[in-house]
Design a protein around this ligand. Structure first.
Ligand SMILES: [Mg+2]
Length: 287
């Protein structure tokens, strides 16, 4: 086989192996806006304040307790519920997210143009509550770029503590040396746990094999990869296990994944339409 023919065949095989995406699934915080906005830092401060003021956790231990809960449970809230604290979900969200410096977020016209030029279903998949997601998208000028939002309330529709039946608080000191399997289970459904992804796929009618998932958390990315998603880690260019693509900023999508637009051209040429799917999802995803 001559070289030209081999090259042609390689190209053809690569194109053939490239998944045909139909959906782009985006985390929100620190993915669609940069960490430098300061929201994430303030969020951690607010969580720690909630833990001290509302739950009576010792101030000098609050940072380490929060870190270990976040590490083991995906979100601090999921961890707090798991170890036996009872509190109203909406109270928590308004305390923690209600006082974030949203004024630091500015309309992102570059991202908006990129998103609108991508002819795929686009959905938000966030552990955050619906008010926070809506406010953030609005500040970024991106509300109309997504056909649906999967957020805290989508995965945890009832605001009761039935799942959290323990009457005592799990000893904080045990948190630090416990194996994951020994830790109490959380009643909260959130990334990076498999049930969160499964429910999201079901509620939003997502086929993970045809979906590209963007998140700044390596843990969420690896969990997504394990469950069949194609993955883009945002915030770093270092690719590690479970990461199909790594980009410093969400603005780099076009450089990292030009094929997303090439498929656009191909599909347009073939007269393929996406509008039917867009309509279908609007009614099935609540946020
Ligand atoms: Mg994030």
């Amino acid at each position: 086989m001559d070289v030209a023919k081999m090259e042609f065949q390689n190209q053809y095989q690569q194109a053939d192996q490239m998944p045909e995406y139909e959906c782009l699934l985006f985390d929100l915080d620190d993915t669609l806006y940069p960490l430098s906005s300061g929201l994430s830092k303030q969020c951690t401060k607010n969580i720690e304040e909630f833990m001290v003021k509302k739950l009576g956790i010792e101030e000098k231990r609050v940072t380490e307790v929060n870190q270990v809960l976040y590490k083991n449970y995906g979100t601090s809230m999921a961890g707090l519920k798991a170890i036996g604290y009872n509190f109203d979900n909406d109270d928590y969200h308004s305390f923690v997210h209600g006082r974030l410096p949203y004024e630091n977020l500015r309309p992102d016209h570059v991202l908006r143009t990129l998103l609108l030029s991508l002819p795929y279903r686009k959905l938000i998949f966030s552990n955050g509550d619906k008010v926070h997601v809506a406010k953030t998208l609005s500040k970024l000028g991106l509300n109309d770029c997504f056909e649906g939002v999967i957020c805290f309330e989508t995965l945890n529709p009832t605001n009761d503590d039935e799942g959290c039946s323990s009457t005592s608080i799990f000893d904080h000191s045990c948190l630090f040396d416990a194996e994951i399997s020994e830790l109490p289970v959380t009643p909260i459904v959130c990334k990076p746990f498999a049930n969160a992804y499964e429910q999201a796929f079901e509620k939003a009618n997502i086929n993970p094999q045809r979906t590209l998932f963007f998140d700044d958390s390596i843990r969420n990315i690896q969990a997504g990869k394990n469950i069949g998603l194609h993955t883009v880690l945002v915030g770093t260019s270092n690719r590690t296990k479970g990461v199909d693509y790594a980009i410093e900023s969400i603005h780099n999508i076009r450089e990292a994944l030009p094929e997303l637009w090439e498929i656009n051209n191909k599909d347009t040429a073939m007269g393929r339409t996406f509008s039917g799917k867009l309509l279908a999802i609007k009614t099935s995803v609540t946020a």
